[in-house]
Design a protein around this ligand. Structure first.
Ligand SMILES: O=C(O)C1=C[C@@H](OP(=O)(O)O)[C@@H](O)[C@H](O)C1
Ligand SMILES: C=C(OP(=O)(O)O)C(=O)O
Length: 429
Protein backbone atom coordinates (compact mmCIF):
# COMPACT_ATOMS: atom_id res chain seq x y z
CA UNK A 1 0.00 0.00 0.00
CA UNK A 2 1.15 3.48 -0.87
CA UNK A 3 -0.73 5.63 1.69
CA UNK A 4 -0.49 9.39 1.41
CA UNK A 5 -1.39 12.33 3.64
CA UNK A 6 -2.80 15.21 1.63
CA UNK A 7 -2.93 18.71 3.08
CA UNK A 8 -5.39 21.40 1.96
CA UNK A 9 -3.59 24.07 -0.10
CA UNK A 10 -5.67 27.23 0.50
CA UNK A 11 -4.31 28.95 -2.60
CA UNK A 12 -5.29 29.21 -6.27
CA UNK A 13 -3.92 27.03 -9.05
CA UNK A 14 -1.94 29.19 -11.45
CA UNK A 15 0.08 28.42 -14.57
CA UNK A 16 0.36 26.34 -17.69
CA UNK A 17 0.58 22.57 -18.15
CA UNK A 18 0.81 20.02 -20.93
CA UNK A 19 -0.98 16.90 -19.71
CA UNK A 20 0.17 13.42 -20.86
CA UNK A 21 -1.04 11.79 -24.07
CA UNK A 22 -4.56 10.50 -24.53
CA UNK A 23 -4.99 6.95 -23.25
CA UNK A 24 -7.60 5.90 -25.83
CA UNK A 25 -5.55 7.25 -28.74
CA UNK A 26 -2.28 5.78 -27.42
CA UNK A 27 -3.78 2.26 -27.28
CA UNK A 28 -5.15 2.57 -30.80
CA UNK A 29 -1.86 3.92 -32.22
CA UNK A 30 -0.02 0.82 -30.97
CA UNK A 31 -2.69 -1.51 -32.34
CA UNK A 32 -3.00 0.02 -35.81
CA UNK A 33 0.76 0.68 -36.08
CA UNK A 34 1.35 -3.02 -35.37
CA UNK A 35 -1.24 -4.15 -37.94
CA UNK A 36 -0.01 -1.75 -40.64
CA UNK A 37 2.75 -2.22 -43.19
CA UNK A 38 5.72 0.06 -42.59
CA UNK A 39 7.16 2.16 -39.78
CA UNK A 40 4.78 4.14 -37.57
CA UNK A 41 6.18 6.81 -35.26
CA UNK A 42 3.95 7.70 -32.32
CA UNK A 43 4.84 10.89 -30.46
CA UNK A 44 3.57 12.13 -27.07
CA UNK A 45 2.59 8.54 -26.29
CA UNK A 46 1.06 7.92 -22.85
CA UNK A 47 3.49 5.75 -20.91
CA UNK A 48 0.79 4.86 -18.37
CA UNK A 49 0.55 1.25 -17.22
CA UNK A 50 -2.55 0.51 -19.31
CA UNK A 51 -0.94 1.55 -22.60
CA UNK A 52 2.30 -0.25 -21.73
CA UNK A 53 0.29 -3.48 -21.42
CA UNK A 54 -0.88 -2.92 -25.00
CA UNK A 55 2.74 -2.38 -26.12
CA UNK A 56 3.89 -5.57 -24.33
CA UNK A 57 1.08 -7.61 -25.91
CA UNK A 58 2.28 -6.75 -29.41
CA UNK A 59 5.93 -7.30 -28.52
CA UNK A 60 4.91 -10.81 -27.34
CA UNK A 61 3.42 -11.39 -30.78
CA UNK A 62 6.66 -10.52 -32.56
CA UNK A 63 6.10 -6.84 -33.37
CA UNK A 64 9.18 -4.65 -32.88
CA UNK A 65 8.22 -1.58 -30.82
CA UNK A 66 11.03 0.69 -29.73
CA UNK A 67 10.30 3.27 -27.02
CA UNK A 68 12.45 6.30 -26.43
CA UNK A 69 10.90 8.61 -23.83
CA UNK A 70 7.45 9.38 -25.24
CA UNK A 71 8.16 8.29 -28.82
CA UNK A 72 7.37 4.82 -30.12
CA UNK A 73 8.74 3.39 -33.35
CA UNK A 74 6.60 0.49 -34.49
CA UNK A 75 7.82 -1.78 -37.29
CA UNK A 76 4.53 -3.09 -38.69
CA UNK A 77 4.65 -6.00 -41.13
CA UNK A 78 0.92 -6.67 -41.47
CA UNK A 79 -1.09 -9.27 -39.59
CA UNK A 80 0.55 -12.26 -41.34
CA UNK A 81 3.76 -11.47 -39.46
CA UNK A 82 2.21 -11.99 -35.99
CA UNK A 83 3.56 -14.95 -34.02
CA UNK A 84 1.68 -16.95 -31.41
CA UNK A 85 2.48 -15.54 -27.96
CA UNK A 86 4.30 -18.14 -25.82
CA UNK A 87 2.90 -16.83 -22.57
CA UNK A 88 -0.61 -15.60 -21.70
CA UNK A 89 -1.05 -11.90 -22.50
CA UNK A 90 -1.49 -9.76 -19.36
CA UNK A 91 -3.68 -6.66 -19.70
CA UNK A 92 -3.44 -5.44 -16.08
CA UNK A 93 -6.23 -3.00 -15.20
CA UNK A 94 -7.03 -2.01 -18.79
CA UNK A 95 -10.57 -2.51 -20.08
CA UNK A 96 -9.66 -0.84 -23.37
CA UNK A 97 -6.76 -3.24 -24.01
CA UNK A 98 -8.94 -6.24 -23.15
CA UNK A 99 -11.99 -5.36 -25.24
CA UNK A 100 -10.10 -4.10 -28.31
CA UNK A 101 -7.59 -6.97 -28.27
CA UNK A 102 -10.42 -9.54 -28.12
CA UNK A 103 -11.69 -8.08 -31.40
CA UNK A 104 -8.27 -8.00 -32.96
CA UNK A 105 -7.10 -11.44 -31.76
CA UNK A 106 -10.27 -13.24 -32.81
CA UNK A 107 -9.48 -12.54 -36.48
CA UNK A 108 -5.75 -13.41 -36.40
CA UNK A 109 -4.55 -16.91 -37.29
CA UNK A 110 -3.07 -17.57 -33.81
CA UNK A 111 -4.03 -19.01 -30.41
CA UNK A 112 -3.81 -16.81 -27.33
CA UNK A 113 -4.81 -16.67 -23.68
CA UNK A 114 -5.52 -13.28 -22.12
CA UNK A 115 -5.97 -12.22 -18.51
CA UNK A 116 -5.95 -9.20 -16.26
CA UNK A 117 -5.80 -8.02 -12.65
CA UNK A 118 -8.59 -8.76 -10.14
CA UNK A 119 -10.55 -5.65 -11.21
CA UNK A 120 -10.39 -6.50 -14.93
CA UNK A 121 -11.36 -10.13 -14.20
CA UNK A 122 -14.68 -8.84 -12.82
CA UNK A 123 -15.54 -6.60 -15.77
CA UNK A 124 -17.99 -7.89 -18.38
CA UNK A 125 -16.44 -9.15 -21.59
CA UNK A 126 -19.66 -10.64 -23.01
CA UNK A 127 -20.46 -7.23 -24.49
CA UNK A 128 -17.67 -7.99 -26.99
CA UNK A 129 -17.62 -11.80 -27.02
CA UNK A 130 -21.36 -12.00 -27.92
CA UNK A 131 -21.07 -9.99 -31.16
CA UNK A 132 -17.66 -11.49 -31.94
CA UNK A 133 -19.10 -15.01 -31.57
CA UNK A 134 -21.82 -13.98 -34.05
CA UNK A 135 -18.91 -13.29 -36.42
CA UNK A 136 -17.67 -16.84 -35.80
CA UNK A 137 -15.00 -16.11 -33.17
CA UNK A 138 -13.83 -18.88 -30.86
CA UNK A 139 -13.60 -17.96 -27.18
CA UNK A 140 -13.50 -20.07 -24.09
CA UNK A 141 -13.60 -18.91 -20.50
CA UNK A 142 -15.66 -18.60 -17.35
CA UNK A 143 -19.44 -18.25 -17.72
CA UNK A 144 -19.37 -19.02 -21.46
CA UNK A 145 -16.68 -16.48 -22.18
CA UNK A 146 -18.11 -13.58 -20.20
CA UNK A 147 -15.02 -12.85 -18.08
CA UNK A 148 -11.24 -12.98 -18.30
CA UNK A 149 -9.18 -15.14 -18.43
CA UNK A 150 -10.20 -16.10 -21.95
CA UNK A 151 -8.64 -18.25 -24.61
CA UNK A 152 -8.99 -17.26 -28.25
CA UNK A 153 -8.38 -19.42 -31.29
CA UNK A 154 -8.28 -16.85 -34.08
CA UNK A 155 -9.75 -17.55 -37.51
CA UNK A 156 -11.26 -15.83 -40.52
CA UNK A 157 -14.49 -14.24 -39.34
CA UNK A 158 -17.83 -13.52 -41.01
CA UNK A 159 -19.09 -9.98 -41.20
CA UNK A 160 -22.14 -8.83 -39.22
CA UNK A 161 -24.66 -6.04 -39.15
CA UNK A 162 -24.83 -5.23 -35.43
CA UNK A 163 -26.79 -2.71 -33.39
CA UNK A 164 -24.98 -2.21 -30.11
CA UNK A 165 -27.10 -2.59 -26.96
CA UNK A 166 -24.45 -0.79 -24.85
CA UNK A 167 -23.10 2.71 -25.43
CA UNK A 168 -19.47 1.69 -25.61
CA UNK A 169 -16.58 2.78 -27.81
CA UNK A 170 -14.70 -0.31 -26.68
CA UNK A 171 -17.39 -2.60 -28.12
CA UNK A 172 -17.59 -0.58 -31.35
CA UNK A 173 -13.80 -0.66 -31.70
CA UNK A 174 -13.54 -4.41 -31.01
CA UNK A 175 -16.01 -5.13 -33.83
CA UNK A 176 -14.27 -2.70 -36.20
CA UNK A 177 -10.90 -4.37 -35.55
CA UNK A 178 -12.46 -7.80 -36.11
CA UNK A 179 -14.21 -6.44 -39.23
CA UNK A 180 -10.83 -5.54 -40.74
CA UNK A 181 -10.22 -9.26 -41.22
CA UNK A 182 -13.77 -10.57 -41.68
CA UNK A 183 -15.34 -11.67 -44.96
CA UNK A 184 -17.42 -8.92 -46.57
CA UNK A 185 -18.77 -5.73 -45.03
CA UNK A 186 -19.20 -5.23 -41.27
CA UNK A 187 -21.84 -2.72 -40.13
CA UNK A 188 -22.18 -1.34 -36.63
CA UNK A 189 -24.94 0.97 -35.42
CA UNK A 190 -24.72 2.79 -32.09
CA UNK A 191 -27.68 4.33 -30.24
CA UNK A 192 -25.63 7.34 -29.15
CA UNK A 193 -22.28 8.44 -30.59
CA UNK A 194 -19.32 7.30 -28.47
CA UNK A 195 -15.67 8.31 -28.82
CA UNK A 196 -14.65 7.87 -32.47
CA UNK A 197 -10.85 7.63 -32.21
CA UNK A 198 -10.78 4.16 -33.82
CA UNK A 199 -12.66 5.45 -36.86
CA UNK A 200 -10.44 8.55 -37.14
CA UNK A 201 -7.26 6.55 -36.82
CA UNK A 202 -8.35 3.78 -39.20
CA UNK A 203 -8.87 6.52 -41.79
CA UNK A 204 -5.43 7.98 -41.02
CA UNK A 205 -3.96 4.50 -41.73
CA UNK A 206 -5.80 4.42 -45.08
CA UNK A 207 -8.70 2.10 -44.21
CA UNK A 208 -11.92 2.26 -46.18
CA UNK A 209 -14.57 3.21 -43.63
CA UNK A 210 -17.96 4.82 -44.15
CA UNK A 211 -20.00 6.66 -41.54
CA UNK A 212 -23.69 7.31 -42.16
CA UNK A 213 -25.37 8.87 -39.13
CA UNK A 214 -24.74 6.42 -36.27
CA UNK A 215 -23.83 3.53 -38.61
CA UNK A 216 -20.24 2.69 -39.49
CA UNK A 217 -19.33 0.29 -42.28
CA UNK A 218 -15.90 -1.28 -42.74
CA UNK A 219 -14.87 -3.51 -45.63
CA UNK A 220 -12.60 -6.50 -45.21
CA UNK A 221 -9.18 -7.52 -46.52
CA UNK A 222 -7.75 -4.13 -45.83
CA UNK A 223 -4.07 -3.36 -45.81
CA UNK A 224 -3.23 -0.54 -43.44
CA UNK A 225 -0.34 1.77 -44.34
CA UNK A 226 1.94 3.10 -41.61
CA UNK A 227 1.55 6.75 -40.70
CA UNK A 228 2.90 8.99 -37.97
CA UNK A 229 0.60 9.73 -35.05
CA UNK A 230 0.84 12.62 -32.60
CA UNK A 231 -1.14 11.82 -29.46
CA UNK A 232 -2.98 14.88 -28.08
CA UNK A 233 -3.13 15.59 -24.35
CA UNK A 234 -5.78 13.50 -22.61
CA UNK A 235 -8.87 15.56 -21.78
CA UNK A 236 -9.74 12.92 -19.17
CA UNK A 237 -6.45 13.76 -17.38
CA UNK A 238 -6.82 17.51 -17.97
CA UNK A 239 -10.28 17.20 -16.35
CA UNK A 240 -8.77 16.92 -12.84
CA UNK A 241 -6.99 20.27 -13.13
CA UNK A 242 -9.87 21.93 -15.01
CA UNK A 243 -12.17 20.88 -12.17
CA UNK A 244 -9.71 21.98 -9.49
CA UNK A 245 -9.38 25.43 -11.11
CA UNK A 246 -13.17 25.62 -11.45
CA UNK A 247 -13.67 25.25 -7.67
CA UNK A 248 -10.64 27.03 -6.18
CA UNK A 249 -11.19 30.83 -6.13
CA UNK A 250 -8.55 32.90 -7.93
CA UNK A 251 -7.32 30.01 -10.13
CA UNK A 252 -6.15 30.65 -13.66
CA UNK A 253 -4.84 27.74 -15.71
CA UNK A 254 -3.95 26.95 -19.30
CA UNK A 255 -3.83 23.31 -20.40
CA UNK A 256 -1.91 23.08 -23.67
CA UNK A 257 -2.48 20.79 -26.67
CA UNK A 258 -5.44 18.88 -25.24
CA UNK A 259 -7.54 16.60 -27.47
CA UNK A 260 -10.86 18.33 -28.19
CA UNK A 261 -12.63 15.65 -30.22
CA UNK A 262 -16.31 16.47 -29.64
CA UNK A 263 -17.05 12.90 -28.54
CA UNK A 264 -14.86 13.67 -25.50
CA UNK A 265 -15.60 17.29 -24.57
CA UNK A 266 -18.70 16.76 -22.41
CA UNK A 267 -16.72 17.98 -19.37
CA UNK A 268 -16.19 21.38 -21.02
CA UNK A 269 -19.88 21.63 -21.94
CA UNK A 270 -20.93 20.79 -18.38
CA UNK A 271 -18.50 23.25 -16.76
CA UNK A 272 -19.66 25.98 -19.18
CA UNK A 273 -23.31 25.19 -18.38
CA UNK A 274 -22.45 25.51 -14.67
CA UNK A 275 -21.06 28.98 -15.39
CA UNK A 276 -17.31 28.34 -15.75
CA UNK A 277 -15.11 30.83 -17.60
CA UNK A 278 -13.39 28.68 -20.26
CA UNK A 279 -11.70 29.76 -23.51
CA UNK A 280 -10.33 27.50 -26.24
CA UNK A 281 -7.31 28.79 -28.18
CA UNK A 282 -4.95 27.56 -30.93
CA UNK A 283 -7.28 24.88 -32.32
CA UNK A 284 -5.79 22.67 -35.02
CA UNK A 285 -6.24 19.17 -36.47
CA UNK A 286 -3.37 16.67 -36.24
CA UNK A 287 -3.56 12.95 -37.17
CA UNK A 288 -7.33 13.33 -37.64
CA UNK A 289 -7.93 14.71 -34.13
CA UNK A 290 -8.71 18.28 -33.02
CA UNK A 291 -6.40 19.72 -30.38
CA UNK A 292 -6.22 23.09 -28.65
CA UNK A 293 -5.37 24.97 -25.45
CA UNK A 294 -8.00 25.19 -22.70
CA UNK A 295 -7.86 28.29 -20.54
CA UNK A 296 -9.94 28.40 -17.36
CA UNK A 297 -10.39 31.24 -14.90
CA UNK A 298 -12.24 30.63 -11.64
CA UNK A 299 -15.83 31.87 -11.45
CA UNK A 300 -18.70 30.81 -9.15
CA UNK A 301 -20.72 27.83 -10.46
CA UNK A 302 -24.33 26.61 -10.28
CA UNK A 303 -25.70 23.06 -10.22
CA UNK A 304 -27.12 21.35 -13.34
CA UNK A 305 -28.57 17.99 -14.39
CA UNK A 306 -26.19 15.74 -16.37
CA UNK A 307 -28.05 13.07 -18.35
CA UNK A 308 -28.76 11.50 -21.74
CA UNK A 309 -26.50 11.66 -24.77
CA UNK A 310 -23.81 13.72 -23.03
CA UNK A 311 -22.96 10.79 -20.70
CA UNK A 312 -20.68 8.88 -23.13
CA UNK A 313 -18.92 12.20 -23.85
CA UNK A 314 -17.84 12.51 -20.20
CA UNK A 315 -18.13 9.00 -18.79
CA UNK A 316 -14.62 8.96 -17.25
CA UNK A 317 -15.02 12.49 -15.88
CA UNK A 318 -18.02 11.72 -13.65
CA UNK A 319 -15.90 11.09 -10.52
CA UNK A 320 -14.33 14.56 -10.76
CA UNK A 321 -17.63 16.19 -11.79
CA UNK A 322 -19.25 14.73 -8.68
CA UNK A 323 -16.61 16.48 -6.59
CA UNK A 324 -17.26 19.75 -8.47
CA UNK A 325 -20.97 19.31 -7.69
CA UNK A 326 -20.22 19.29 -3.94
CA UNK A 327 -18.67 22.77 -4.35
CA UNK A 328 -21.43 24.50 -6.34
CA UNK A 329 -24.71 26.01 -5.16
CA UNK A 330 -27.79 23.83 -5.64
CA UNK A 331 -28.55 20.18 -6.40
CA UNK A 332 -26.71 18.40 -9.20
CA UNK A 333 -28.35 15.28 -10.62
CA UNK A 334 -26.36 12.75 -12.63
CA UNK A 335 -28.39 10.02 -14.36
CA UNK A 336 -28.17 7.52 -17.27
CA UNK A 337 -24.68 6.58 -16.08
CA UNK A 338 -25.20 2.95 -15.02
CA UNK A 339 -22.02 2.05 -16.96
CA UNK A 340 -20.09 3.49 -14.00
CA UNK A 341 -20.99 0.35 -12.07
CA UNK A 342 -18.77 -1.79 -14.34
CA UNK A 343 -15.65 0.37 -14.59
CA UNK A 344 -12.40 -0.32 -12.67
CA UNK A 345 -14.66 -0.43 -9.61
CA UNK A 346 -18.34 0.36 -9.07
CA UNK A 347 -17.69 4.10 -9.41
CA UNK A 348 -21.17 5.14 -8.19
CA UNK A 349 -20.53 3.40 -4.87
CA UNK A 350 -16.89 4.53 -4.67
CA UNK A 351 -17.66 8.21 -5.35
CA UNK A 352 -20.59 8.25 -2.93
CA UNK A 353 -18.70 6.55 -0.09
CA UNK A 354 -15.59 8.68 -0.52
CA UNK A 355 -17.37 12.02 -0.70
CA UNK A 356 -19.71 11.08 2.16
CA UNK A 357 -16.65 10.37 4.35
CA UNK A 358 -15.46 13.90 3.58
CA UNK A 359 -18.82 15.37 4.63
CA UNK A 360 -20.54 15.84 1.26
CA UNK A 361 -24.29 15.47 0.88
CA UNK A 362 -24.50 12.86 -1.84
CA UNK A 363 -26.75 9.90 -2.48
CA UNK A 364 -26.27 7.08 -4.96
CA UNK A 365 -29.05 6.14 -7.36
CA UNK A 366 -29.13 3.08 -9.58
CA UNK A 367 -27.73 4.99 -12.57
CA UNK A 368 -26.08 8.03 -11.04
CA UNK A 369 -25.99 10.35 -8.06
CA UNK A 370 -27.77 13.29 -6.46
CA UNK A 371 -25.43 15.84 -4.91
CA UNK A 372 -26.50 18.77 -2.74
CA UNK A 373 -24.07 21.69 -2.74
CA UNK A 374 -22.35 23.56 -1.49
CA UNK A 375 -20.58 21.81 1.42
CA UNK A 376 -17.26 22.60 3.03
CA UNK A 377 -15.44 19.27 2.78
CA UNK A 378 -13.71 17.93 5.87
CA UNK A 379 -10.61 15.81 6.21
CA UNK A 380 -10.76 12.04 6.70
CA UNK A 381 -9.44 8.65 5.78
CA UNK A 382 -10.59 7.49 2.35
CA UNK A 383 -10.06 4.58 -0.04
CA UNK A 384 -9.13 4.75 -3.72
CA UNK A 385 -10.76 1.38 -4.53
CA UNK A 386 -7.62 0.73 -6.65
CA UNK A 387 -9.16 3.02 -9.27
CA UNK A 388 -6.99 5.75 -10.81
CA UNK A 389 -9.86 8.18 -11.39
CA UNK A 390 -11.17 7.79 -7.83
CA UNK A 391 -7.65 8.31 -6.45
CA UNK A 392 -7.10 11.52 -8.47
CA UNK A 393 -10.56 12.79 -7.47
CA UNK A 394 -9.60 12.25 -3.82
CA UNK A 395 -6.40 14.27 -4.32
CA UNK A 396 -8.36 17.17 -5.83
CA UNK A 397 -10.92 16.91 -2.99
CA UNK A 398 -8.07 17.29 -0.48
CA UNK A 399 -7.17 20.66 -2.05
CA UNK A 400 -10.51 22.11 -0.90
CA UNK A 401 -10.98 20.16 2.35
CA UNK A 402 -10.46 21.94 5.67
CA UNK A 403 -8.24 19.21 7.13
CA UNK A 404 -5.89 16.45 6.10
CA UNK A 405 -7.19 13.73 3.76
CA UNK A 406 -5.48 10.35 4.10
CA UNK A 407 -5.74 8.29 0.93
CA UNK A 408 -5.00 4.57 1.31
CA UNK A 409 -3.14 4.02 -1.96
CA UNK A 410 -2.07 6.21 -4.87
CA UNK A 411 -0.35 3.56 -7.00
CA UNK A 412 -3.36 3.21 -9.35
CA UNK A 413 -2.75 6.75 -10.65
CA UNK A 414 0.09 5.35 -12.81
CA UNK A 415 -2.57 3.59 -14.92
CA UNK A 416 -3.39 6.82 -16.77
CA UNK A 417 -1.34 9.70 -15.31
CA UNK A 418 2.18 8.77 -14.13
CA UNK A 419 3.31 12.40 -13.56
CA UNK A 420 0.13 13.54 -11.79
CA UNK A 421 1.72 14.81 -8.56
CA UNK A 422 4.59 16.57 -10.39
CA UNK A 423 2.06 18.39 -12.58
CA UNK A 424 -0.06 19.31 -9.55
CA UNK A 425 3.05 20.71 -7.83
CA UNK A 426 3.85 22.86 -10.89
CA UNK A 427 0.55 24.75 -10.59
CA UNK A 428 0.03 24.74 -6.85
CA UNK A 429 3.35 26.13 -5.57
O1 LIG B 1 -12.60 3.17 -26.07
C1 LIG B 1 -11.96 3.67 -25.15
O2 LIG B 1 -10.76 3.98 -25.26
C2 LIG B 1 -12.66 3.92 -23.86
C3 LIG B 1 -14.02 3.89 -23.82
C4 LIG B 1 -14.80 4.08 -22.59
O3 LIG B 1 -15.27 2.83 -22.14
P1 LIG B 1 -16.60 2.13 -22.74
O4 LIG B 1 -16.40 1.88 -24.15
O5 LIG B 1 -16.73 0.87 -21.95
O6 LIG B 1 -17.70 3.10 -22.46
C5 LIG B 1 -13.98 4.72 -21.48
O7 LIG B 1 -14.67 4.62 -20.25
C6 LIG B 1 -12.61 4.12 -21.38
O8 LIG B 1 -11.85 4.80 -20.41
C7 LIG B 1 -11.86 4.23 -22.68
C1 LIG C 1 -12.70 3.13 -17.64
C2 LIG C 1 -11.43 3.47 -17.91
O1 LIG C 1 -10.54 2.73 -18.64
P1 LIG C 1 -10.60 1.20 -19.13
O2 LIG C 1 -12.02 0.85 -19.46
O3 LIG C 1 -9.69 1.14 -20.32
O4 LIG C 1 -10.06 0.36 -17.99
C3 LIG C 1 -10.90 4.78 -17.46
O5 LIG C 1 -9.78 5.11 -17.88
O6 LIG C 1 -11.54 5.51 -16.68
Amino acid sequence: MNEIQLKPIHRPLIGELEVPGDKSISHRAVMLGSLANGTTKVTHFLEGEDCMHTVEAFRSMGVSIDKEELTLTIEGKGMEAFVEPREPLYFGNSGTTARLMLGLLSGLPIFSIVYGDPSLSKRPMDRVTIPLKKMGANFDGREMGSYLPLSIRGKTLNSIDYTMPVKSAQVKSAILLAGLHAEGETKITEMTPTRNHTENMLRAFGADLKTDGNTITITNKQTLSATDIYVPGDISSAAFFLAAAAIIPGSELTLKNVGLNETRTGIIDVLLAMGADIQINNEQTISGEIIGDIQITYSPLQSITIEGDIIPRLIDEIPILALVATQVEGTTIIRDAKELRVKETDRITAITELLTTLGAEIEATEDGMIIHGRTQLAGGKVASYDDHRIAMMAVVASLVANDEVILDDVSSIAVSYPGFFEDLNKISN
